[in-house]
Design a protein. Sequence first.
Length: 237
Amino acid sequence: MKAVILAGGLGTRLQPYTFFIPKPMLPLGNKPLLEYLVEWLSNSGKIDQIILCVSYLHRTIEDYFEDGSRFGIEIRYARSERPLATAGQLKTAAKYLNETFVCLYGDSIYEFPLDRMIDNHTNSNAYISMALAKYKTKLKYGFIDVSSDKNNFVTDWREKPEIAGLINIGCYVFEQSFLDFIPNSISFGMDDAVRESISQNKQVKAFVVENEGFIDIGDKKSYLDAYKQYVKKLGKI
C-alpha cells in the first residue's frame, strides 16, 4: 500500500523556527520529525511506497530523503508551487495513487498500530477511516444559559465547564476515488472533502487511538514539549 505525507505547509505557528527549516524537518532528538513518520510507516509492514507532498522549502526535504533507499522504502515527491491546504495538497499526489492509500499530516508523531487501522478499514468496507483521539479541555470562561423564549431569563451558570470529545489527529485511510471530491489546483481543506463524502452517503469509519499514540507538533509550546521529551529519551539510551 502507498502512503502520502502532507509536508508542504508554511508552519506559521512555529515561526521563527520555520523561517529557514520546513516544519516537518524540525529536529526531535537526533533526527527530524519527518523521519519518525517515514520509519513509522515503514515499520507498519503495510507500506511499500511513500509520496511526500512538498512545497515550502521543499529542497531541504528532497535532499535529505532522496529516493528513500537510505531508509529502506521508496519515496516519491509531489510538489506544489504554493500552499493548497490539506486536501488540495493531497490532490497533487493523485497521479501516484490508483488504490486504497494512507494519508497523514507531517506535523505530528504517531505511535499507534497502523496495521490495525488498515485491517479495520478493509474488513469494514469503509470509504474513509479517520484516526481519532479522546480530548478534553476546560473553557476559560463560564457559560450562562438563557431561556429560549422571549423573556431571556437566566436558567443556569456553568462556571468554566469541561468539554470532552473526539478529535481528528490527521491520519486517514482513503479509497482512491476520494480524490474526486477534491478540486484541482485550489486551496481546499480536508474537512470540506470529508464532509462532501459524508453528504454523498459514503461510509466514514472512526478508529479511536489511545492518547499516548499521538503527539501534536502544531505550535511552539507543543514542539518544545516534544523536543524535551525526545532529548530525554536519548539520554536514557
